[in-house]
Design a protein around this ligand. Structure first.
Ligand code: KIV
Length: 291
Protein backbone atom coordinates (compact mmCIF):
# COMPACT_ATOMS: atom_id res chain seq x y z
CA UNK A 1 0.00 0.00 0.00
CA UNK A 2 1.38 3.47 -0.87
CA UNK A 3 1.10 5.95 1.99
CA UNK A 4 1.31 9.60 1.01
CA UNK A 5 3.02 12.15 3.26
CA UNK A 6 0.77 13.00 6.19
CA UNK A 7 -1.85 10.52 4.96
CA UNK A 8 -3.40 8.07 7.38
CA UNK A 9 -1.99 4.56 7.04
CA UNK A 10 -5.48 3.20 7.64
CA UNK A 11 -6.95 3.88 4.24
CA UNK A 12 -7.78 7.00 2.33
CA UNK A 13 -11.18 7.82 0.96
CA UNK A 14 -11.62 7.67 -2.82
CA UNK A 15 -11.65 10.66 -5.18
CA UNK A 16 -14.94 11.57 -6.81
CA UNK A 17 -15.60 10.23 -10.31
CA UNK A 18 -16.36 13.60 -11.93
CA UNK A 19 -16.63 16.28 -9.24
CA UNK A 20 -17.46 19.09 -11.65
CA UNK A 21 -20.68 17.47 -12.82
CA UNK A 22 -21.86 15.95 -9.54
CA UNK A 23 -24.29 17.98 -7.46
CA UNK A 24 -25.76 16.83 -4.15
CA UNK A 25 -28.87 14.73 -4.67
CA UNK A 26 -31.97 16.53 -3.42
CA UNK A 27 -35.69 15.81 -3.20
CA UNK A 28 -36.45 17.88 -6.35
CA UNK A 29 -33.69 15.98 -8.19
CA UNK A 30 -35.23 12.62 -7.19
CA UNK A 31 -38.66 13.82 -8.37
CA UNK A 32 -37.12 15.08 -11.60
CA UNK A 33 -35.29 11.79 -12.27
CA UNK A 34 -38.53 9.93 -11.64
CA UNK A 35 -40.50 12.19 -13.99
CA UNK A 36 -37.84 11.79 -16.72
CA UNK A 37 -37.74 8.02 -16.29
CA UNK A 38 -34.08 7.93 -15.23
CA UNK A 39 -33.57 4.96 -12.92
CA UNK A 40 -32.66 5.83 -9.33
CA UNK A 41 -29.82 3.79 -7.82
CA UNK A 42 -29.72 2.83 -4.16
CA UNK A 43 -27.33 0.66 -2.20
CA UNK A 44 -27.05 -0.01 1.50
CA UNK A 45 -23.98 1.11 3.45
CA UNK A 46 -23.28 1.14 7.14
CA UNK A 47 -19.88 2.78 7.58
CA UNK A 48 -17.89 5.77 6.35
CA UNK A 49 -15.58 4.00 3.91
CA UNK A 50 -18.17 1.99 1.98
CA UNK A 51 -20.48 5.02 1.94
CA UNK A 52 -17.67 7.15 0.48
CA UNK A 53 -16.94 4.53 -2.18
CA UNK A 54 -20.64 4.31 -3.09
CA UNK A 55 -20.83 8.09 -3.31
CA UNK A 56 -17.72 8.28 -5.49
CA UNK A 57 -19.10 5.49 -7.71
CA UNK A 58 -22.16 7.61 -8.48
CA UNK A 59 -24.82 5.82 -6.41
CA UNK A 60 -27.52 8.44 -5.86
CA UNK A 61 -29.07 7.19 -2.64
CA UNK A 62 -27.49 5.32 0.26
CA UNK A 63 -29.78 3.40 2.57
CA UNK A 64 -28.45 2.86 6.08
CA UNK A 65 -30.70 -0.15 6.37
CA UNK A 66 -31.58 -2.07 9.49
CA UNK A 67 -30.25 -5.03 7.48
CA UNK A 68 -27.08 -4.04 9.35
CA UNK A 69 -28.46 -6.18 12.16
CA UNK A 70 -27.93 -9.23 9.98
CA UNK A 71 -24.84 -8.30 7.95
CA UNK A 72 -22.88 -6.34 10.61
CA UNK A 73 -24.20 -7.62 13.93
CA UNK A 74 -24.88 -11.25 13.03
CA UNK A 75 -28.50 -11.19 14.19
CA UNK A 76 -30.96 -13.66 12.70
CA UNK A 77 -33.43 -10.91 11.75
CA UNK A 78 -33.69 -7.11 11.82
CA UNK A 79 -36.03 -7.14 14.82
CA UNK A 80 -33.20 -6.71 17.36
CA UNK A 81 -31.78 -3.50 15.86
CA UNK A 82 -32.11 -0.44 18.10
CA UNK A 83 -32.50 3.25 17.35
CA UNK A 84 -29.16 3.97 19.02
CA UNK A 85 -27.43 1.49 16.69
CA UNK A 86 -29.09 3.13 13.68
CA UNK A 87 -28.01 6.58 14.88
CA UNK A 88 -24.38 5.42 15.16
CA UNK A 89 -24.34 4.00 11.62
CA UNK A 90 -26.18 6.96 10.04
CA UNK A 91 -23.60 9.28 11.60
CA UNK A 92 -20.73 7.15 10.22
CA UNK A 93 -22.22 7.07 6.72
CA UNK A 94 -22.85 10.81 6.80
CA UNK A 95 -19.21 11.48 7.71
CA UNK A 96 -17.96 9.23 4.91
CA UNK A 97 -20.15 10.92 2.29
CA UNK A 98 -19.15 14.40 3.47
CA UNK A 99 -15.44 13.59 3.33
CA UNK A 100 -15.50 12.76 -0.36
CA UNK A 101 -17.96 14.94 -2.18
CA UNK A 102 -21.22 14.95 -0.26
CA UNK A 103 -23.38 13.93 -3.19
CA UNK A 104 -25.43 10.96 -2.07
CA UNK A 105 -28.87 11.22 -0.48
CA UNK A 106 -28.80 9.36 2.85
CA UNK A 107 -31.81 7.37 4.07
CA UNK A 108 -31.96 6.27 7.71
CA UNK A 109 -34.06 3.18 8.43
CA UNK A 110 -36.36 3.47 11.43
CA UNK A 111 -35.87 0.22 13.36
CA UNK A 112 -38.47 -2.11 14.83
CA UNK A 113 -40.40 -0.55 17.71
CA UNK A 114 -39.25 3.02 17.01
CA UNK A 115 -42.37 4.23 15.14
CA UNK A 116 -45.13 1.73 15.91
CA UNK A 117 -46.69 3.32 19.01
CA UNK A 118 -47.67 6.75 17.74
CA UNK A 119 -46.91 9.50 15.24
CA UNK A 120 -45.17 11.42 18.00
CA UNK A 121 -42.89 8.47 18.79
CA UNK A 122 -42.12 8.20 15.07
CA UNK A 123 -41.23 11.89 14.91
CA UNK A 124 -38.90 11.64 17.91
CA UNK A 125 -37.14 8.61 16.37
CA UNK A 126 -36.94 10.22 12.93
CA UNK A 127 -35.46 13.37 14.47
CA UNK A 128 -32.63 11.29 15.99
CA UNK A 129 -31.69 9.93 12.54
CA UNK A 130 -32.09 13.30 10.79
CA UNK A 131 -29.83 14.95 13.39
CA UNK A 132 -27.28 12.18 12.79
CA UNK A 133 -27.12 13.14 9.10
CA UNK A 134 -30.01 11.37 7.31
CA UNK A 135 -31.90 13.28 4.61
CA UNK A 136 -34.91 10.96 4.73
CA UNK A 137 -36.23 8.15 6.90
CA UNK A 138 -37.66 4.82 5.82
CA UNK A 139 -40.40 2.93 7.58
CA UNK A 140 -41.94 -0.44 6.83
CA UNK A 141 -45.64 -1.17 6.64
CA UNK A 142 -48.90 -0.69 4.80
CA UNK A 143 -51.79 1.71 5.20
CA UNK A 144 -51.35 1.91 8.97
CA UNK A 145 -48.16 3.94 8.40
CA UNK A 146 -49.90 6.53 6.17
CA UNK A 147 -50.88 8.86 9.05
CA UNK A 148 -47.35 8.65 10.43
CA UNK A 149 -45.91 9.37 6.99
CA UNK A 150 -48.11 12.46 6.63
CA UNK A 151 -47.15 13.64 10.13
CA UNK A 152 -43.42 13.36 9.33
CA UNK A 153 -43.69 14.94 5.87
CA UNK A 154 -45.65 17.89 7.30
CA UNK A 155 -42.80 18.39 9.75
CA UNK A 156 -40.13 18.50 7.06
CA UNK A 157 -38.97 14.90 7.12
CA UNK A 158 -38.96 13.19 3.71
CA UNK A 159 -40.24 9.62 3.86
CA UNK A 160 -39.39 6.41 2.02
CA UNK A 161 -42.11 3.78 2.52
CA UNK A 162 -41.52 0.02 2.30
CA UNK A 163 -44.11 -2.56 1.17
CA UNK A 164 -44.17 -6.22 0.15
CA UNK A 165 -41.77 -8.31 2.17
CA UNK A 166 -41.21 -6.13 5.22
CA UNK A 167 -38.43 -7.90 7.17
CA UNK A 168 -39.41 -6.42 10.56
CA UNK A 169 -42.63 -8.47 10.24
CA UNK A 170 -40.85 -11.68 9.26
CA UNK A 171 -42.43 -13.64 12.12
CA UNK A 172 -45.94 -12.53 11.19
CA UNK A 173 -45.32 -13.23 7.49
CA UNK A 174 -44.00 -16.73 8.18
CA UNK A 175 -40.60 -16.15 6.58
CA UNK A 176 -38.97 -14.24 3.74
CA UNK A 177 -41.65 -14.91 1.15
CA UNK A 178 -42.90 -13.22 -2.02
CA UNK A 179 -45.87 -10.95 -1.20
CA UNK A 180 -48.89 -9.98 -3.32
CA UNK A 181 -49.30 -13.31 -5.09
CA UNK A 182 -53.07 -13.60 -4.60
CA UNK A 183 -55.60 -11.26 -6.15
CA UNK A 184 -56.67 -10.00 -2.72
CA UNK A 185 -53.14 -9.35 -1.43
CA UNK A 186 -52.15 -7.68 -4.72
CA UNK A 187 -55.16 -5.34 -4.46
CA UNK A 188 -54.23 -4.57 -0.83
CA UNK A 189 -50.65 -3.73 -1.84
CA UNK A 190 -51.95 -1.37 -4.52
CA UNK A 191 -54.27 0.35 -1.99
CA UNK A 192 -51.43 0.70 0.52
CA UNK A 193 -49.11 2.16 -2.13
CA UNK A 194 -51.71 4.75 -3.16
CA UNK A 195 -52.35 5.69 0.49
CA UNK A 196 -48.62 6.18 1.08
CA UNK A 197 -48.26 8.34 -2.03
CA UNK A 198 -51.26 10.43 -0.87
CA UNK A 199 -49.61 10.79 2.53
CA UNK A 200 -46.52 12.29 0.88
CA UNK A 201 -43.99 9.46 0.63
CA UNK A 202 -41.37 10.31 -2.02
CA UNK A 203 -39.88 6.83 -2.41
CA UNK A 204 -41.40 3.40 -1.93
CA UNK A 205 -39.28 0.26 -1.57
CA UNK A 206 -41.09 -2.75 -3.05
CA UNK A 207 -39.47 -5.93 -1.79
CA UNK A 208 -40.21 -9.41 -3.19
CA UNK A 209 -43.32 -8.41 -5.11
CA UNK A 210 -44.20 -10.09 -8.45
CA UNK A 211 -42.75 -8.12 -11.37
CA UNK A 212 -46.11 -7.54 -13.08
CA UNK A 213 -47.68 -6.16 -9.89
CA UNK A 214 -44.74 -3.88 -9.10
CA UNK A 215 -44.88 -2.54 -12.69
CA UNK A 216 -48.58 -1.78 -12.17
CA UNK A 217 -47.92 -0.07 -8.83
CA UNK A 218 -45.07 1.93 -10.40
CA UNK A 219 -47.38 3.19 -13.17
CA UNK A 220 -50.04 4.13 -10.60
CA UNK A 221 -47.65 6.35 -8.59
CA UNK A 222 -46.57 9.46 -10.51
CA UNK A 223 -45.49 11.27 -7.30
CA UNK A 224 -43.71 8.43 -5.52
CA UNK A 225 -40.78 6.56 -7.10
CA UNK A 226 -40.77 2.82 -6.51
CA UNK A 227 -37.41 1.24 -5.66
CA UNK A 228 -37.39 -2.48 -6.27
CA UNK A 229 -35.57 -5.35 -4.62
CA UNK A 230 -36.83 -8.61 -6.06
CA UNK A 231 -39.62 -6.67 -7.76
CA UNK A 232 -38.61 -6.80 -11.42
CA UNK A 233 -37.08 -4.35 -13.86
CA UNK A 234 -39.95 -1.86 -14.21
CA UNK A 235 -39.63 -0.02 -10.89
CA UNK A 236 -38.34 3.56 -10.90
CA UNK A 237 -35.11 2.44 -9.23
CA UNK A 238 -33.34 -0.49 -7.60
CA UNK A 239 -31.73 -1.27 -4.26
CA UNK A 240 -29.39 -4.05 -3.17
CA UNK A 241 -27.79 -4.85 0.16
CA UNK A 242 -24.06 -4.06 -0.04
CA UNK A 243 -22.85 -7.46 1.18
CA UNK A 244 -25.12 -9.29 -1.29
CA UNK A 245 -23.94 -7.34 -4.32
CA UNK A 246 -20.29 -7.79 -3.30
CA UNK A 247 -20.77 -11.54 -2.91
CA UNK A 248 -19.81 -11.64 0.77
CA UNK A 249 -23.17 -12.83 2.06
CA UNK A 250 -22.58 -15.59 4.63
CA UNK A 251 -25.71 -17.48 3.64
CA UNK A 252 -27.29 -18.36 0.32
CA UNK A 253 -27.97 -15.37 -1.93
CA UNK A 254 -31.61 -14.57 -2.64
CA UNK A 255 -32.82 -15.03 -6.21
CA UNK A 256 -32.94 -11.27 -6.79
CA UNK A 257 -29.22 -10.71 -6.09
CA UNK A 258 -26.44 -10.35 -8.65
CA UNK A 259 -22.81 -10.51 -7.52
CA UNK A 260 -21.36 -7.35 -9.11
CA UNK A 261 -17.92 -8.03 -7.64
CA UNK A 262 -17.40 -10.96 -10.00
CA UNK A 263 -15.09 -9.60 -12.70
CA UNK A 264 -15.20 -6.04 -11.37
CA UNK A 265 -11.70 -5.99 -9.85
CA UNK A 266 -12.56 -3.58 -7.03
CA UNK A 267 -15.42 -2.59 -4.76
CA UNK A 268 -15.71 0.72 -6.56
CA UNK A 269 -15.72 -1.11 -9.91
CA UNK A 270 -18.54 -3.35 -8.63
CA UNK A 271 -20.59 -0.35 -7.54
CA UNK A 272 -20.00 1.41 -10.86
CA UNK A 273 -21.09 -1.74 -12.71
CA UNK A 274 -24.25 -1.83 -10.56
CA UNK A 275 -25.03 1.81 -11.35
CA UNK A 276 -24.53 1.19 -15.09
CA UNK A 277 -26.67 -1.95 -15.08
CA UNK A 278 -29.55 -0.31 -13.21
CA UNK A 279 -29.42 2.80 -15.42
CA UNK A 280 -29.39 0.87 -18.69
CA UNK A 281 -32.02 -1.62 -17.51
CA UNK A 282 -29.76 -4.69 -17.77
CA UNK A 283 -30.24 -5.40 -14.03
CA UNK A 284 -32.47 -6.91 -12.86
CA UNK A 285 -33.61 -9.42 -15.45
CA UNK A 286 -37.21 -10.46 -14.81
CA UNK A 287 -36.68 -14.07 -15.88
CA UNK A 288 -33.68 -14.45 -13.52
CA UNK A 289 -34.22 -12.13 -10.54
CA UNK A 290 -37.98 -11.78 -10.13
CA UNK A 291 -41.23 -13.68 -9.74
O1 KIV B 1 -32.70 -2.73 5.66
C1 KIV B 1 -32.49 -2.80 4.45
O2 KIV B 1 -31.36 -2.93 3.98
C2 KIV B 1 -33.64 -2.72 3.56
C3 KIV B 1 -33.42 -3.06 2.12
C4 KIV B 1 -33.41 -4.52 1.93
C5 KIV B 1 -34.41 -2.41 1.23
O3 KIV B 1 -34.71 -2.43 3.98
Amino acid sequence: MTVQNNASPYGTLPPASSPATRKPVSLPRLHEMHARGEKITMITAYDATFAAVADAAGVETILVGDSLGMVCQGLSSTVGVTLETMRYHVESVHRGVQRVQGTAWIIGDLPYGSYHESKEQAFRSAAVLMQAGAHMVKLEGGGWTADTTRFLVERGIPVCAHLGLTPQSVHALGGYRVQGKTEASAAQLMRDAMALQDAGATLLVLEMVPAALSAEITRALPQCATIGIGAGVDTAGQVLVLHDMLGVNLGKNAKFVRNFMAGAGSVRGAMEAYVRAVKDGSFPVNAEHAW
